[in-house]
Design a protein around this ligand. Sequence first.
Ligand SMILES: Cc1cc2nc3c(=O)[nH]c(=O)nc-3n(C[C@H](O)[C@H](O)[C@H](O)COP(=O)(O)O)c2cc1C
Length: 200
Amino acid sequence: MDLLEALNTRTMVRDFLDKSLREEEKQLILESAIRAPTAGGNEQWYFIAVESKENIEKLYRLLVEAQRLYFNKMVKVPWSKDQIEKWEKKVETGLYRAPFYVAVFTDLRSRFYTRADVEERWAEQSAAAAIENMLLTAHGMGIGGCWFGVPLLMEDRFYDLFKVNRDEMRLVAVLAFGYPKQKQPPRQRKKGLREVVRSL
Ligand SMILES: Cc1cc2nc3c(=O)[nH]c(=O)nc-3n(C[C@H](O)[C@H](O)[C@H](O)COP(=O)(O)O)c2cc1C
Protein backbone atom coordinates (compact mmCIF):
# COMPACT_ATOMS: atom_id res chain seq x y z
CA MET A 1 0.00 0.00 0.00
CA ASP A 2 1.49 3.37 -0.88
CA LEU A 3 1.50 6.28 1.51
CA LEU A 4 -1.41 8.21 -0.01
CA GLU A 5 -3.58 5.12 -0.12
CA ALA A 6 -2.77 4.41 3.54
CA LEU A 7 -3.63 8.01 4.51
CA ASN A 8 -6.89 7.95 2.62
CA THR A 9 -8.14 4.57 3.78
CA ARG A 10 -7.11 4.61 7.47
CA THR A 11 -9.93 4.74 9.97
CA MET A 12 -10.23 3.96 13.67
CA VAL A 13 -10.93 0.30 14.36
CA ARG A 14 -12.45 -0.62 17.72
CA ASP A 15 -13.56 -4.21 17.14
CA PHE A 16 -10.77 -6.75 16.82
CA LEU A 17 -10.41 -10.44 16.09
CA ASP A 18 -9.17 -12.61 18.92
CA LYS A 19 -5.86 -13.12 17.14
CA SER A 20 -2.41 -12.12 18.41
CA LEU A 21 -0.13 -9.89 16.43
CA ARG A 22 3.21 -11.34 15.37
CA GLU A 23 6.32 -10.08 17.17
CA GLU A 24 7.64 -8.56 13.91
CA GLU A 25 4.39 -6.66 13.45
CA LYS A 26 4.54 -5.20 16.96
CA GLN A 27 8.17 -4.30 16.42
CA LEU A 28 7.43 -2.51 13.13
CA ILE A 29 4.63 -0.53 14.78
CA LEU A 30 6.88 0.57 17.65
CA GLU A 31 9.82 1.35 15.38
CA SER A 32 7.63 3.63 13.29
CA ALA A 33 6.79 5.62 16.43
CA ILE A 34 10.35 6.77 16.94
CA ARG A 35 10.69 7.69 13.26
CA ALA A 36 8.24 10.55 13.82
CA PRO A 37 9.38 14.16 13.85
CA THR A 38 10.32 15.27 17.36
CA ALA A 39 10.72 18.83 18.60
CA GLY A 40 14.37 19.83 18.78
CA GLY A 41 15.32 16.23 18.06
CA ASN A 42 14.80 15.67 21.78
CA GLU A 43 12.72 12.48 21.64
CA GLN A 44 10.76 13.27 24.78
CA TRP A 45 8.49 10.30 24.39
CA TYR A 46 8.04 6.94 26.05
CA PHE A 47 5.96 3.92 25.15
CA ILE A 48 4.66 1.02 27.19
CA ALA A 49 3.79 -2.05 25.14
CA VAL A 50 1.07 -3.93 26.99
CA GLU A 51 1.31 -7.58 26.08
CA SER A 52 0.68 -9.83 29.07
CA LYS A 53 -2.79 -11.34 29.34
CA GLU A 54 -3.23 -9.98 32.84
CA ASN A 55 -2.30 -6.39 32.00
CA ILE A 56 -4.25 -6.44 28.74
CA GLU A 57 -7.34 -7.41 30.73
CA LYS A 58 -6.76 -4.69 33.35
CA LEU A 59 -6.18 -2.04 30.70
CA TYR A 60 -9.20 -3.09 28.68
CA ARG A 61 -11.44 -2.78 31.76
CA LEU A 62 -10.07 0.67 32.54
CA LEU A 63 -10.64 1.77 28.93
CA VAL A 64 -14.28 0.71 29.07
CA GLU A 65 -14.70 2.61 32.33
CA ALA A 66 -13.06 5.73 30.88
CA GLN A 67 -15.14 5.50 27.74
CA ARG A 68 -18.31 5.27 29.87
CA LEU A 69 -17.22 8.39 31.73
CA TYR A 70 -16.82 10.14 28.39
CA PHE A 71 -20.39 9.35 27.31
CA ASN A 72 -21.89 10.24 30.69
CA LYS A 73 -19.82 13.20 31.82
CA MET A 74 -17.54 14.59 29.14
CA VAL A 75 -19.80 15.29 26.20
CA LYS A 76 -22.05 18.32 26.61
CA VAL A 77 -25.06 16.24 25.67
CA PRO A 78 -24.67 12.96 27.59
CA TRP A 79 -25.69 9.79 25.80
CA SER A 80 -29.25 8.57 26.37
CA LYS A 81 -30.03 5.36 28.27
CA ASP A 82 -30.86 3.77 24.95
CA GLN A 83 -27.55 4.73 23.35
CA ILE A 84 -25.63 3.50 26.40
CA GLU A 85 -27.48 0.17 26.32
CA LYS A 86 -26.62 -0.33 22.64
CA TRP A 87 -22.99 0.51 23.38
CA GLU A 88 -22.93 -1.91 26.32
CA LYS A 89 -24.11 -4.71 24.03
CA LYS A 90 -21.20 -3.99 21.70
CA VAL A 91 -18.80 -3.98 24.65
CA GLU A 92 -20.17 -7.40 25.65
CA THR A 93 -19.26 -8.73 22.21
CA GLY A 94 -15.71 -7.46 22.43
CA LEU A 95 -15.60 -3.77 21.50
CA TYR A 96 -12.18 -2.28 22.53
CA ARG A 97 -10.74 -5.70 23.43
CA ALA A 98 -7.43 -5.83 21.58
CA PRO A 99 -4.48 -8.24 21.58
CA PHE A 100 -1.97 -5.40 21.83
CA TYR A 101 -2.05 -1.97 23.45
CA VAL A 102 0.54 0.78 23.51
CA ALA A 103 0.46 3.57 26.08
CA VAL A 104 2.10 6.78 24.88
CA PHE A 105 3.71 9.28 27.24
CA THR A 106 5.72 12.43 27.03
CA ASP A 107 8.99 11.83 28.85
CA LEU A 108 9.84 14.99 30.75
CA ARG A 109 12.69 13.63 32.85
CA SER A 110 15.22 15.56 30.77
CA ARG A 111 14.45 19.19 30.01
CA PHE A 112 16.05 21.18 27.21
CA TYR A 113 14.28 24.53 27.15
CA THR A 114 13.79 27.67 29.22
CA ARG A 115 9.98 27.65 28.68
CA ALA A 116 8.49 24.54 30.32
CA ASP A 117 5.00 25.27 29.00
CA VAL A 118 6.11 25.39 25.37
CA GLU A 119 8.41 22.40 25.86
CA GLU A 120 5.49 20.31 27.13
CA ARG A 121 3.34 21.25 24.17
CA TRP A 122 6.12 20.36 21.78
CA ALA A 123 6.65 17.02 23.51
CA GLU A 124 2.93 16.30 23.21
CA GLN A 125 2.93 17.21 19.53
CA SER A 126 5.89 14.89 18.94
CA ALA A 127 4.03 12.09 20.73
CA ALA A 128 0.97 12.75 18.54
CA ALA A 129 3.14 12.43 15.43
CA ALA A 130 4.46 9.12 16.79
CA ILE A 131 0.88 7.96 17.33
CA GLU A 132 -0.14 8.69 13.75
CA ASN A 133 2.96 6.89 12.49
CA MET A 134 1.97 3.80 14.47
CA LEU A 135 -1.62 3.88 13.26
CA LEU A 136 -0.55 4.23 9.63
CA THR A 137 2.11 1.53 9.89
CA ALA A 138 -0.41 -0.84 11.41
CA HIS A 139 -2.98 0.00 8.74
CA GLY A 140 -0.39 -0.64 6.01
CA MET A 141 -0.05 -4.19 7.37
CA GLY A 142 -3.82 -4.76 7.52
CA ILE A 143 -3.88 -4.18 11.29
CA GLY A 144 -6.49 -1.86 12.76
CA GLY A 145 -5.81 0.62 15.51
CA CYS A 146 -7.65 3.00 17.78
CA TRP A 147 -6.41 6.13 19.54
CA PHE A 148 -7.91 6.46 23.04
CA GLY A 149 -7.91 9.89 24.63
CA VAL A 150 -10.44 8.95 27.30
CA PRO A 151 -7.77 7.74 29.78
CA LEU A 152 -7.14 11.43 30.50
CA LEU A 153 -10.57 11.54 32.16
CA MET A 154 -9.34 9.26 34.95
CA GLU A 155 -5.57 9.53 34.59
CA ASP A 156 -4.54 8.39 38.07
CA ARG A 157 -5.95 4.91 37.57
CA PHE A 158 -3.85 4.54 34.43
CA TYR A 159 -0.66 5.82 36.10
CA ASP A 160 -1.20 3.19 38.81
CA LEU A 161 -1.57 0.42 36.25
CA PHE A 162 1.47 1.54 34.24
CA LYS A 163 3.49 2.19 37.42
CA VAL A 164 4.56 5.55 36.05
CA ASN A 165 5.33 8.70 38.01
CA ARG A 166 3.21 11.48 36.51
CA ASP A 167 5.77 14.17 37.38
CA GLU A 168 8.22 12.46 35.06
CA MET A 169 6.01 11.14 32.30
CA ARG A 170 2.66 12.38 31.19
CA LEU A 171 0.08 10.14 29.60
CA VAL A 172 -0.90 11.22 26.09
CA ALA A 173 -3.04 8.32 24.89
CA VAL A 174 -3.54 4.60 24.81
CA LEU A 175 -3.57 2.84 21.45
CA ALA A 176 -5.25 -0.48 20.71
CA PHE A 177 -4.09 -2.69 17.84
CA GLY A 178 -5.45 -5.88 16.31
CA TYR A 179 -6.85 -7.44 13.18
CA PRO A 180 -10.20 -5.81 12.35
CA LYS A 181 -13.32 -7.95 12.72
CA GLN A 182 -14.73 -6.25 9.65
CA LYS A 183 -13.30 -4.20 6.84
CA GLN A 184 -14.32 -0.59 7.48
CA PRO A 185 -14.53 2.27 5.01
CA PRO A 186 -12.82 5.50 6.05
CA ARG A 187 -15.03 7.91 7.99
CA GLN A 188 -16.41 10.85 6.05
CA ARG A 189 -15.42 14.32 7.20
CA LYS A 190 -18.13 16.78 8.27
CA LYS A 191 -16.23 19.81 7.08
CA GLY A 192 -14.85 20.27 3.60
CA LEU A 193 -11.50 21.85 2.87
CA ARG A 194 -13.15 25.16 2.07
CA GLU A 195 -14.43 25.38 5.65
CA VAL A 196 -11.11 24.77 7.31
CA VAL A 197 -8.56 26.32 4.98
CA ARG A 198 -8.10 29.98 4.20
CA SER A 199 -5.58 31.42 1.80
CA LEU A 200 -3.67 34.49 2.83
C1 LIG B 1 -6.87 13.01 20.42
C2 LIG B 1 -7.80 11.90 20.03
C3 LIG B 1 -8.48 11.22 21.01
C4 LIG B 1 -9.36 10.18 20.66
N1 LIG B 1 -9.96 9.47 21.66
C5 LIG B 1 -10.78 8.45 21.35
C6 LIG B 1 -11.34 7.66 22.39
O1 LIG B 1 -11.07 7.85 23.56
N2 LIG B 1 -12.17 6.65 22.03
C7 LIG B 1 -12.46 6.37 20.73
O2 LIG B 1 -13.23 5.44 20.50
N3 LIG B 1 -11.93 7.10 19.72
C8 LIG B 1 -11.08 8.12 20.00
N4 LIG B 1 -10.49 8.85 18.99
C9 LIG B 1 -10.79 8.51 17.59
C10 LIG B 1 -11.74 9.54 16.95
O3 LIG B 1 -13.03 9.35 17.43
C11 LIG B 1 -11.66 9.38 15.42
O4 LIG B 1 -10.36 9.65 14.99
C12 LIG B 1 -12.64 10.31 14.71
O5 LIG B 1 -13.96 9.95 14.97
C13 LIG B 1 -12.41 10.32 13.20
O6 LIG B 1 -12.52 9.01 12.69
P1 LIG B 1 -11.34 8.33 11.82
O7 LIG B 1 -10.06 8.40 12.62
O8 LIG B 1 -11.82 6.91 11.65
O9 LIG B 1 -11.24 9.07 10.55
C14 LIG B 1 -9.59 9.85 19.30
C15 LIG B 1 -8.89 10.57 18.32
C16 LIG B 1 -8.00 11.56 18.67
C17 LIG B 1 -7.21 12.29 17.59
